[in-house]
Structures are given as structure tokens and as C-alpha cells.
Write a protein that binds this ligand. Structure first.
Ligand SMILES: Cc1cc2nc3c(=O)[nH]c(=O)nc-3n(C[C@H](O)[C@H](O)[C@H](O)COP(=O)(O)O)c2cc1C
Length: 280
């Protein structure tokens, strides 16, 4: 996977687009997207499958069902995985790399994990029963204005806000916040994570820097993932890994992700270790 777009620009350009223009994404651009998808991989070595769907007109989407959340979209990408460890993180990583690439091309998307009729879309995309289908996104050109429900949703989850550094980044233990000044050249990588999207904008990523290793944790919101058969916030942690990794590559900062490196620390309530990134 080689990335040829400026990461910060794409991260800042991306937002959840829920209102789309009629204009479809042209065939040559679709082919480019397809080629980009073929090139995707992830640090967790789990397979992520992508499924395209074209509907004839935007009304079809009413039948398929996004509950009035997405308006005007005719094109979708669904993602499926085998239900196994690190697969949700792999999905988060690969789909976010794709979504940033699309943002770079001026194409809007919206992560959907809850507000879509999974059965109807699974049927339309020929997704087999044994595949886990946690997420899909519409894609297309953003309409000039947000629709009313979209504006309300953004307000409800404070979509334009992100948590402060002190709340999500730590040094040596969970009692000590990592300040931007102390993070040195890692500060850009962490800032890119801070700006990432997450389910209901809950921003569950916590990163702890210790001995040149960044340990990634999930703040698992009590009762939040219970309505799914999997932990949707693990997808958020995969998205964080994508932002971190793309930023590291761009800055020429070398390192790699590893599992099972959990330091011996006292963890605050509801915090779960997920993986680490070791600097070379
Ligand atoms: C894993 C995941 C699942 C999401 N599921 C939905 C969803 O079902 N419906 C929806 O409207 N937005 C969904 N979102 C979008 C978030 O609400 C959005 O990313 C967040 O509020 C921040 O806003 P922004 O993307 O515009 O920066 C999801 C985002 C992620 C990362």
C-alpha cells in the first residue's frame, strides 16, 4: 500500500456527508477507487472484503433503508470480515484509508454502523450469512447544504468537537497526561488520531507512551456496544491506527504495530488494551 495524498489535508477535509448530489461518481473514478481498494492492506493481517452497490435512483435507498439519515446517495461500499480477533480493527484501518483517499478526491462518505438496514443491504450486496457485515458507507459528491436531520445529528454528538489531548493521551501511566510539547515528533501522529471519526463521536482511543512505545487502549463505553454482536468501538481503534500509521509514513517515522505488549499498569475503569506501536 503506497499513499500519495497529503494526510493532514485529507483528515481535515473528511467529515460525515449525509446529503448527496444527484451526480454520480464517474466510471473512470470508480475504476480508480477499485484499484486503490486492491492495493489496501492492514497491520493486523486480517482480510477485509469490499462490496460495491449501485442503486438506480436515490429512491431505492428508501427501500433499502438508512432511516432518513442518508439522502441522495446511489452508490455504496459495504465491508465484511470473518468474525475473529483483530478483524474489526483491520476493517477500521482499511476503510478509513479508503475514506481519506476519497476525501482527497473530493468524494464524500459516511461511516454507518448503526443507521442502516443490515439485512436489506446485505441482500442487495450479495453478502453471505457467514460474513460479518459491521459497516458500510455511501459515497458521492456532497450536496451544498446539510439536511435537517443531519444538522440535528451533528449537534447531538457534537460532531465538530474533539476531546483535548489531556483526556486521551498519557505518558508512563494513566495518571499523567502526555502534553503536545513532550510528545516531540510523535505529536503530529497523535494529533491526526485526535481528529479521527468514531461511532457517535465517542472518541474511545487512549494512547499511552512509555519507553518509545505507543500503547493503544479502548475506553469501552458501558452499555454502548451491547446492541451489536461485536464491539463497534474496536473499529474506532482501527481507524486510529490508520491515522497514526499514515501520519508516521508521511513524516518518515519508522515503527510497527505489535500485539500482546501490554505494560504492567493500573488501568482506569473500562479501559482495555488493544495493541502497541513500537518505534524502530
Ligand atoms: C464506526 C463508526 C460507526 C458510525 N455509525 C454511524 C451511523 O450508524 N450513522 C451515522 O449517521 N453516523 C455514523 N458514524 C459517524 C459518526 O457519528 C461521526 O464520525 C462523528 O460524529 C464525527 O463526525 P465527523 O465524521 O463529521 O467528523 C459512525 C462513525 C464510525 C467511525
Amino acid at each position: 500500500m503506497t499513499i500519495h495524498f497529503p494526510v493532514e489535508e485529507a483528515v481535515k477535509k473528511r467529515y460525515s456527508v449525509r446529503n448527496y448530489k444527484k451526480q454520480e461518481v464517474e466510471l473512470d473514478i470508480k475504476n480508480k477507487i477499485d484499484t486503490f481498494i486492491q492495493s489496501l492492506d492492514n497491520p493486523f493481517q486480517k482480510e477485509v472484503n469490499f462490496h460495491f452497490l449501485e442503486t438506480k435512483d436515490a429512491d431505492d435507498q428508501q427501500k433499502l433503508g438508512t432511516y432518513g439519515v442518508i439522502i441522495g446517495a446511489k452508490q455504496y461500499i459495504g465491508t465484511t470480515i470473518k468474525q475473529e480477533e483483530m478483524a474489526l480493527e483491520a476493517l477500521g484501518y482499511e476503510l478509513e484509508v479508503l475514506i481519506l483517499y476519497l476525501a482527497h478526491l473530493g468524494i464524500g462518505t459516511c461511516w454507518l454502523g448503526g443507521t442502516f438496514n443490515r439485512k436489506a443491504f446485505a441482500n442487495a450486496m450479495n453478502i453471505r450469512d457467514e460474513e460479518l457485515f459491521p459497516i458500510m458507507t455511501p459515497y458521492g459528491y456532497p450536496a451544498a447544504k446539510k439536511h435537517v436531520k443531519e444538522a440535528i445529528m451533528r449537534k447531538m454528538v457534537q460532531a465538530d468537537q474533539r476531546k483535548d489531548w489531556a483526556e486521551i493521551f498519557f505518558q508512563n501511566d494513566f495518571q499523567t497526561s502526555l502534553l503536545k510539547e513532550a510528545a516531540g515528533d510523535l505529536s503530529f501522529l497523535l494529533e491526526m488520531v485526535r481528529l479521527a471519526p468514531s461511532a457517535s463521536n465517542k472518541q474511545p482511543w487512549r494512547i499511552l507512551l512509555k519507553d518509545n512505545i505507543c500503547h493503544f487502549y479502548e475506553y469501552k463505553e458501558p452499555n454502548y456496544s451491547d446492541r451489536f454482536t461485536y464491539d463497534i468501538q474496536r473499529v474506532d481503534i482501527g481507524i486510529a491506527a490508520a491515522h497514526f500509521d499514515l501520519a508516521a509514513n508521511e513524516k518518515g517515522i519508522k515503527g510497527s504495530f505489535a500485539l500482546g505488549m501490554q505494560p504492567d499498569l493500573l488501568l482506569p475503569a473500562n479501559i482495555e488494551y488493544v495493541f502497541s506501536w513500537i518505534r524502530d
